[in-house]
Design a protein around this ligand. Structure first.
Ligand SMILES: [Zn+2]
Length: 446
């Protein structure tokens, strides 16, 4: 899901900061449904899936027969309202109609993404047509609007036809949520993900700016020479994941031990993912707090993934990290710029600008053929990213001023799935109703 954000950027001349108009963030919490609620949720996941698959089949068949795209109004009537009256789909009436309508709406937006991608209106990688959902999918979910859920005084969350769910409020909700997604992951855990309209929290201006080089030897190197290494606990967790993977591959297919081993792998995967995300949040918050402007190289991650470096690239999770930098910059009134892929950050001397040609990845240090300066490969790259980022901002500013005389730019900020982070041990559970409380916590935790 992609939200659009209209940002009025800082204007150097006026020194005034306008507010962001609208920004949506996700807040995730772990939920603990009891046995009967788990049954009700399983039914709801199933119904949402059936509506999705029924509607998708209609559209696919219409397409195959050369008929026009089936409108959602028609599908809603046929596959939801009328289907409930048939014997084979009578159980659709047992769940909230909102869930079924949202499932159809999700299918619509999946189709829209696919069509936009076909027409080249979408940035990023190509999006395929929607696919059928299976009971065996690792992640099951339902989506609800405010008419089908509410926050209760006692701290539970009421979900229509499911009941009041017990929730661990790992952090406060800054405002009343506009929608809720309930998911069950491959380890059988339940999560509530609220979408909340958030106002920006503009931080005081700073003079510092940083270029960032995302590397393999260190997680990131800043243009001031700071190296951010991947933390040891993360490397340990990843090692354990590898070991569990090997154990799984030795188990006999279809055996109980294999099922157990698979669950272990899934749990460890989730653990690594949460720890990594949590760490990404901490690192990105720190960088955004410490810098007025942040420049990052727009990495061709999908290109790198085809090479031998694939595993380490996936592990580093750069794109998630860059996404966090991007939305946090927007949230805190910082400048964020991606420097183009074609920019030769590791070939140019950051001291004299001499272009020394490409260097294989194992070359960590080199001496400039122009001025004789000795460079650490990553630090030099980060400095180049900083200079290039500044140049882009200066050029962009001139361009926008020429165009309309106003410094208004439009930016896309992806919705952050992991905004809330994982519930941490030892963290006190918030009591009482979590919604509509002071918003000082929006970004205080990573
Ligand atoms: Zn030089």
């Amino acid at each position: 899901m992609q939200f659009q954000l209209y940002v009025i950027f800082r204007c150097e001349r006026l020194r005034s900061i306008r507010t962001l108009i609208d920004m949506k963030l996700r807040y995730n919490y772990r939920a603990y449904p009891d046995a009967s609620q788990r049954r009700a949720l399983a039914g709801a996941f199933g119904c949402a899936r059936v509506v999705w698959n029924d509607c998708l089949r209609d559209r696919k068949e219409a397409h195959a027969a050369g008929l026009p795209y089936v409108k959602s109004g028609d599908l809603s009537k046929l596959r939801i309202t009328q289907a409930k009256r048939t014997e084979e789909r009578a159980w659709l009436a047992d769940v909230s109609a909102v869930i079924l309508q949202q499932s159809l709406r999700d299918l619509d937006s999946a189709y829209k993404k696919f069509f936009d991608s076909l027409e080249g209106e979408r940035h990023g990688r190509k999006v395929g047509p929607p696919r059928y959902k299976s009971k065996k999918d690792t992640r099951q979910s339902i989506r609800l609007t405010t008419s089908a859920f509410s926050l209760k005084e006692n701290g539970t969350v009421y979900v229509a036809k499911v009941g009041n769910l017990k929730v661990k409020w790992s952090r406060r909700l800054p405002a009343a949520p506009t929608s809720l997604t309930v998911t069950k992951d491959s380890c059988g855990r339940y999560f509530l993900s609220f979408v909340v309209d958030t106002e920006p929290d503009i931080l005081p201006d700073l003079e510092t700016e940083s270029g960032i080089d995302l590397g393999l030897s260190a997680f990131a190197v800043l243009s001031d020479g700071t190296k951010i290494a991947s933390p040891r606990f993360l490397r340990r967790a990843e090692k354990k994941l590898k070991r569990l993977g090997r154990e799984l591959s030795r188990k006999v297919k279809g055996s109980k031990n294999r099922a157990k081993a698979r669950m272990k792998v899934a749990r460890q995967h989730a653990k690594v993912a949460y720890r990594r995300r949590d760490w990404h949040h901490k690192a990105s918050t720190q960088i955004i707090r410490d810098n007025q402007a942040v420049y990052v190289e727009d990495l061709a991650v999908s290109g790198l993934c085809r090479t031998r470096l694939a595993k380490s690239v996936h592990d580093a999770g750069w794109s998630a990290f860059v996404g966090m930098l991007e939305y946090k910059a927007a949230l805190h009134g910082r400048t964020f710029v991606k420097v183009g892929r074609a920019f030769p950050s590791s070939q140019v001397c950051s001291a004299c600008g001499f272009r020394d040609g490409p260097k294989p990845l194992h070359v960590r240090q080199w001496t400039c053929g122009g001025c004789g300066a000795v460079h650490d490969r990553d630090h030099n790259a980060a400095r180049n990213v900083l200079f290039e980022g500044r140049r882009i901002v200066a050029a962009g500013r001139a361009e926008t001023l020429n165009a309309c005389g106003a410094l208004v730019r439009r930016a896309h900020v992806p919705a952050q799935r992991g905004e809330a982070g994982s519930p941490r041990k030892g963290q006190p559970t918030q009591a009482g109703i979590p919604g509509l409380q002071a918003r000082e916590h929006v970004n205080s935790s990573p």
